[in-house]
Design a protein around this ligand. Structure first.
Ligand code: CA
Ligand code: CA
Ligand code: CA
Ligand code: CA
Ligand code: CA
Length: 387
């Protein structure tokens, strides 16, 4: 359960600021607004924010982040974020933009480690949905520079109407890599990725299935073999991620309108891994600017929700995509990192282009009673390889 007293530990200034932001952002009409209700019982604050994305002013542009863990030098880990008006950004942990790749209308993004190329080398791969040509972008991360290098064997064009959500899946059962691609109408494809000639990566469609309506946020649990999908106006679904399994979606309890803490759209999903096959599934509840936490194991019990208030950095509203890591990323994020897209990026009273906000995991963990786990060591087998 949420520790209510934690809220009162924050200064009155912070609370006043957060109300100011709520009022201001709710008055704005140039974005689609659902509701201005904000979860106020559990608040954390961002300690770092990225540079704003390139866009026309006030455009809904930033969308989905992915955290890349640098095994050689954790403090040099990266946040890779999409700008759905133009391309992919790479940021360092201070929020500085290192690279911008204007590859098209890239909506969602995900990454995995140690994909084996045809020459036996292993690369960390980034996959993203590109709405400019309905394709799946596949890049590798240069571990020394953080640069992205396109490694797709060809233009991989999806058959869904409009590519939207994406999730990579590295199966603990088979060792194979897959990419799930969601279409805006709920159509979903599963491709197997394979090493092709000249150290490129190709994909072959292995399964297709449908959800009833618009679905975007998705994340795979590599170890337990599940895919979670957020059907925006409904709920979170859990399916078996192995391609030979039948499509038999299970609705997560309290991920629908039975839970008064959730407000549609349900958007980004991410998994916090701990040892013993435990951890958390985190979902963006976009309509009330909050995040819901479910257990990772068994039937995914709902644990509670929290919001990101204004502190030194502005609070977070209307999050689309998010990501989390349990790993120690060096001095700034020793106990893990949670990253979210911010729909209304304020600098004082001035609304800037959208960006991503970074929150130390321990702030979130300590909101709950008992506290959520902090496990900075554990990496699923599917993420090991080089060291
Ligand atoms: Ca948005
Ligand atoms: Ca994502
Ligand atoms: Ca959406
Ligand atoms: Ca904000
Ligand atoms: Ca959205």
């Amino acid at each position: 359960m949420i520790q209510l007293s934690h809220y009162y530990r924050y200064s009155r200034i912070l609370i006043v600021f957060s109300f100011a932001i709520m009022t201001t952002s709710c008055d704005r009409s140039n974005f689609e607004k659902k509701t201005c209700a904000v979860q106020k019982d559990s608040l954390v604050t961002a300690t770092v924010q990225t540079e704003p994305v390139l866009a026309q002013s006030n455009e809904d542009a930033a969308d989905d982040p992915a955290i890349w863990y640098n095994r050689e030098n954790p403090a040099k880990s990266l946040v890779i974020g999409t700008n759905k008006k133009g391309g992919i950004n790479v940021y360092d942990l201070s929020g500085k933009e290192l690279y911008y790749y204007p590859v098209g209308l890239v909506n969602n993004i995900d990454l995995r480690y140690d994909f084996p190329l045809s020459d036996g080398r292993k690369i960390d791969i980034v996959a993203a949905t590109n709405r400019s040509d309905n394709s799946i972008e596949i890049h590798r991360i240069d571990p020394l520079t953080g640069a992205l290098i396109n490694v797709a064997a060809r233009k991989i064009i999806s058959k869904v109407g409009e590519v939207y959500g994406i999730a990579l899946y590295h199966s603990a059962k088979s060792g194979k890599y897959f990419v799930f691609v969601g279409g805006k109408m709920g159509e979903t494809e599963q491709y197997e990725l394979f090493a092709s000639e000249n150290n490129t990566v190709d994909a072959i469609l292995v399964r297709s299935f449908n959800f009833a309506s618009q679905s975007e946020g998705m994340v795979a649990d590599d170890e337990l073999g599940f895919l979670y999908i957020a059907e925006e106006d409904c709920c979170i679904w859990k399916i078996d991620a192995e391609p030979n399994k039948s499509f038999n979606p299970v609705k997560l309890a309290q991920s629908d309108s039975t839970n008064t803490k959730l407000s549609y759209d349900l958007e980004g999903l991410a998994i916090y891994y701990t040892k013993n096959k435990k951890g958390y599934l985190i979902a963006s509840s976009q309509g009330n600017y909050s995040y819901a936490i479910f257990e990772r194991e068994k039937d995914n019990q709902y644990l509670g929700s929290f919001s990101i208030a204004t502190g030194i950095i502005d609070g977070v509203e209307e999050t689309d995509g998010l990501d989390v890591t349990n790993l120690n990323l060096g001095p700034q994020f020793k106990q893990g990192l949670f990253v979210v897209q911010d729909g209304y990026n304020y600098e004082g009273d001035s609304l800037k282009n959208q960006n991503f906000k970074l929150i130390p995991w321990e702030q979130i963990a300590s909101l709950f009673k008992p506290a959520l786990s902090i496990d900075t060591e554990y990496q699923p087998n599917t993420r090991k390889g080089r060291k």
